[in-house]
Design a protein around this ligand. Sequence first.
Ligand SMILES: NC(=O)c1ccc[n+]([C@@H]2O[C@H](COP(=O)([O-])OP(=O)(O)OC[C@H]3O[C@@H](n4cnc5c(N)ncnc54)[C@H](OP(=O)(O)O)[C@@H]3O)[C@@H](O)[C@H]2O)c1
Length: 345
Amino acid sequence: MAQAGAAKPVRILVVGAGAVGCFYAARLHNPPYTVVSLVARSNYDAISKRGSVHLKTRSFGEFDYAPASLFRRVEDAAAVPDKWDYVIIATKALPDISDDSALVQPVVAPQTALVLIQNGLGVEAPYRARFPHNVIISGVTVVSAEQTEPGVIVQNRWTRISLGPYTDGIGSKEGRETEGDARTTAFARLLGAGGIKDAEVHPERMLQMVRWHKIAINAAMNPSAVLSFGAGNATMAQDPDASAHLLACMQEVFRGAEAVLGEPLSSKLASAERILESTKRNTDGRPSMLLDWERGAPMELEVILGNPIRLARAKGVEMARLESMYALLKLAQRRRREQESRSRL
Ligand SMILES: NC(=O)c1ccc[n+]([C@@H]2O[C@H](COP(=O)([O-])OP(=O)(O)OC[C@H]3O[C@@H](n4cnc5c(N)ncnc54)[C@H](OP(=O)(O)O)[C@@H]3O)[C@@H](O)[C@H]2O)c1
């Protein structure tokens, strides 16, 4: 009789070994059941030299995560004989700069589920177009994490991640159990085994509502923080004029969401007024777009502003405030790039 072999481990590859990628990789890595490898870029040498990523977390204390394999390029990860069960993409979503769906193509096999843990709207569309038959899991996290030096990740607070299958963005196939639902639930269980107790699984449409809801916050706060010369979230929320602006921005996004999804956002999600109230108390909140601007890195303008504006416009809804901020910041970013290239000459 054939001897039953040990079950094969679940094999996960993380592309985008920054704050979010390393945090969730470290929690998912649970050998011999789940083994997680990394594709690292600027922090490759630091992780390779130490043999691990060092994490300082509020939720799990301080610990090291030694990736099962560390790759410098996606092509190197494609060269290993076993296929990847999950490929997590946790790069910044910058479709104006790079199409990361093409980047991961070499590591995507028919059984590979793609897990996108990124901010923004419409991030899944290029992956759905390139991989029409693969499971795509859309992930929205509220973790507050940063890479303070190469290979050192600090998680300041929260672990929650909302997950849902992605087919066409409006869940037109919802109602019958799909492979996407099953793989999403299985992935959330892996996170649960790693101590992430608030990995929430949603049906596709609800997950898109969570995305729109987070975008209401990001599209209001992030560009406003840059345009106000670095005001933090609480400072803006406490200022009467800035607070009225933030409220109007969030209401624009809520209207856009309703037009695109065909129904208002779930009443389970906080109203714009409640978001503003809690923002007043979050005195250390500084949006990621502001941090990117300050360090001269590209901002996620297309997925936080451009895509919501275009999706809503296609349904006849204009977002005047978002459109103004989008136009101004795109110009600011372009002018800075031009200045930088002139000064290099
Ligand atoms: N940080 C948070 O608390 C937080 C919270 C919620 C949502 N998010 C969202 O999560 C996503 C990731 O954010 P993050 O804060 O983790 O960003 P991050 O720290 O900048 O990490 C992104 C990583 O992706 C890598 N990368 C980019 N392009 C690559 C390529 N072509 N090949 C290999 N590696 C590549 C970057 O490498 P390099 O260092 O070489 O550029 C970097 O290590 C974003 O969409 C963000 O908005 C973040």
